[in-house]
Design a protein around this ligand. Sequence first.
Ligand SMILES: [Fe+2]
Length: 322
Amino acid sequence: MSIEGIEEVVYGVEDLAKAEQFWTDWGLRLAASSATELDFRTLNGCAVRVRAAADPSLPPAIEAGSTVREVVWCVDSPTDLDALARHAGITRRDTSEGSECVATDPNGLAIRFRVSTKKAVDVAGSPSNNWGSPQRINQPSRIYERAEPIEIGHVVFFTDKLQACEDFYVALGFVVSDRYPGRAIFLRASPTGGHHDLFLLQIPGGKPGLNHVAFSVRDIHEVFGGGLHISRCGWETQLGPGRHPISSAYFWYVKTPCGGLAEYNADEDMLTADWHPREFTPSNEAFAEWAIEGGLDGNTRRQLAAGGDAIVAGKFGTERRN
Ligand SMILES: [Fe+2]
């Protein structure tokens, strides 16, 4: 059985207009919209669907307010759906959009499994000229004016049933990549793939809820370009840019009007069945090697000074550059 990753997240929100503005600024493409639903897409076809929180067609919420109401995972073939349907609590059904499996995880979150409709995309990050293995010859590294997320990389939820969630997802084929014992687990959807597709956090006294949805971009430069753009649009950074020691990924977390955070993410570790899960003790250092709280606003003196023939300011004084 092969679960390939995330196909779609469905939000229930209190302000559809704000949600539309946010995901547009974030870099998603609006594929369809109506008075009751927005359908945004990443470059490879992952969907971010947004409906009103009060929409009766949405699955129950795991927390009050705007939040993710459902995560849709994709599989390789209908045979995978057959295998999933043999698990307790998983129901196979046919819809106008095709066959799927539905369930509710131990955290109370609605999940679905569908055969993937994601498409291959011909995009790549800039090669790096790391010492000893230069990969970019006579070729400047790209600068991004804004991000164009390639796919939904992972989702992160708070839970008060961490062990039950681990048992549930591992039984379906997910693999533990790393863990904070008793506090959190990083799960990838299949043995070979990115470091995590699902991260679950159990905070003492905590309740179920959304932490964030991460969007994969090409490279660290697009993390910066996207973060600076979304900041210039007026959205508030929670933390970033920064780098996770666990997964090695670069990140930039932004507060969304849809609940939780959205993350630009790039350069995560790629794992295989040969990977042995590690155990960590929660700490700031384990979470981030380095990070900027509140972000870079894209309009600071440094950012303005970096532009074209603008003023060059700094320890050398101020001068015009032509
Ligand atoms: Fe993340």
